[in-house]
Design a binder for this molecule. Structure first.
Ligand SMILES: Cc1ncc(COP(=O)(O)O)c(C=O)c1O
Length: 391
């Protein structure tokens, strides 16, 4: 059965997989992407297995089960299974990189000015500890071409640049950055690259081997709709020898398996690994929907939002041409962000992020399988009313 991309009724079959509180219109999958029922059920089964026989679960079955789940994820993102390890989220992965890279006084770490705020904090601390320095690469505005982005980043490189941190899809501005070209430009100068990729997992075809970055971090609980607390860290073989987990426990569970760089990550003390083990179910779920129809549907809704919101605000969305996928950021007339966000929730039940970014007030619209055009109509009507009130 082919679902027509702009027909809301066709897609109601998938919408039923999610159960939001009545009265909530959820337009923030980009921050916290809840899993569909099938994924929730699969995770519960793993938790039941743990509760009913913890010895089997942890001591005998955990390593092979994690290896199986990792293999499925690795295939999905185009890497060797042994180059990837599960971590709770992108934040965790980024912290692993920050505490493993050998930064020396005077070294420079380049981040673009669109990076996620917490990522800035992680590298600020790493630089403070090591005596290295953050250099911010200002991306052109508006972004007119891929070359301009790459040139702006490359202009920040100096002989002291050790590492580049760059989003695959930026957070507040929701721009797809040209990761391949950026990696090439850095690698040409011998600079290591860490791609911050939580929004690209499931929204873009990933070929991490081909990307040739040194590190790639991702969260499963965004566009893949895997359980909360599921993510991965990819590490290129050239960077693996220096990778260390920030938390130390026993490491390998089964001493009979050969030693690997990620052994220490498999056993970080006793914890609930069900989010990791359920990631394959989320991949299967999207495969059943069809990854291309899924992306096309989300993008269609975003484009619909774009027409309606731009008409209301008379301000253009933040885009770099066609470089966006299932979310898009819209500048709003000047005003305070938090009261507007709260009023949308309290008066109209709409959950959507509104933030200040470089002197602009931005609203980011995310669309997923459970959204309909009604949701966007409600957003535009509600926003119009609140803006009229001077919010
Ligand atoms: C670009 C970017 N990087 C990192 C993160 C952190 O993701 P998480 O909270 O899953 O670790 C986010 C969260 O929204 C993000 O947008």
């Amino acid at each position: 059965l082919t679902l027509r991309v702009d027909n809301d009724d066709d897609w109601s079959v998938w919408r039923r997989e999610w159960s939001f509180l009545p009265g909530i219109t959820y337009l923030n999958h980009g921050s916290f992407g809840p899993p569909p029922r099938r994924v929730v059920d699969a995770q519960r089964q793993w938790q039941d297995a743990l509760a009913s026989e913890p010895m089997d679960f942890y001591v005998r079955e955990l390593e092979p089960n994690l290896a199986g789940a990792r293999a499925r994820v690795a295939e999905f993102v185009g890497v060797r299974t042994d180059d990837l390890v599960f971590v709770e989220n992108s934040t965790y992965g980024m912290n692993v990189v920050a505490s493993s890279v050998d930064l020396r006084p005077g070294d420079e770490v380049v981040l673009t000015d669109h990076e996620y705020g917490a990522v800035f904090r992680i590298w600020q601390r790493a630089c403070q500890i090591s005596g290295a320095r953050i250099v911010t690469a200002k991306l052109p505005w508006p972004i007119e071409s891929t070359d301009h982005v790459v040139d702006a980043i490359a202009a920040s490189f100096t002989p002291k640049t050790k590492l580049l941190i760059c989003s695959h899809i930026t957070s507040l501005t929701a721009l797809v950055l040209p990761a391949e070209e950026i990696c090439q430009a850095a690698r040409k100068r011998g600079i290591a690259v860490c791609i911050d990729g939580p929004h690209a997992l499931a929204t873009l075809d990933l070929d991490l081997d081909g990307l040739d970055c040194d590190y790639y971090t991702a969260s499963g609980h965004k566009w893949l709709s895997a359980p909360f607390g599921s993510g991965f860290l990819y590490v290129h073989p050239r960077a693996q020898p220096s990778i260390r987990p920030p938390i130390l426990s026993w490491g390998r569970v089964g001493p009979e398996t050969p030693e690997r760089w990620y052994d220490e990550f498999n056993w970080l003390g006793t914890r609930d690994p069900s989010p990791f083990l359920t990631v394959p179910t989320a991949i299967e779920f999207l495969a059943d929907v069809g990854i291309d129809p899924y992306r096309a549907r989300c993008r269609r809704l975003v484009d619909d939002a774009r027409i309606k919101i731009e008409e209301l605000t008379q301000l253009g969305a933040i885009t770099a041409g066609d470089r966006y996928v299932s979310m898009l950021a819209f500048p709003l007339p000047a005003g305070e962000s938090r009261p507007l966000q709260l009023a949308l929730r309290q008066r109209f039940g709409i959950e959507i992020p509104i933030s200040d970014w470089q002197g602009r007030r931005l609203m980011r619209v995310s669309c997923h399988l459970y959204n309909r055009r009604d949701d966007l109509d409600l957003l535009v009507r509600s926003l119009a009313e609140l803006l009229r009130l001077g919010m």
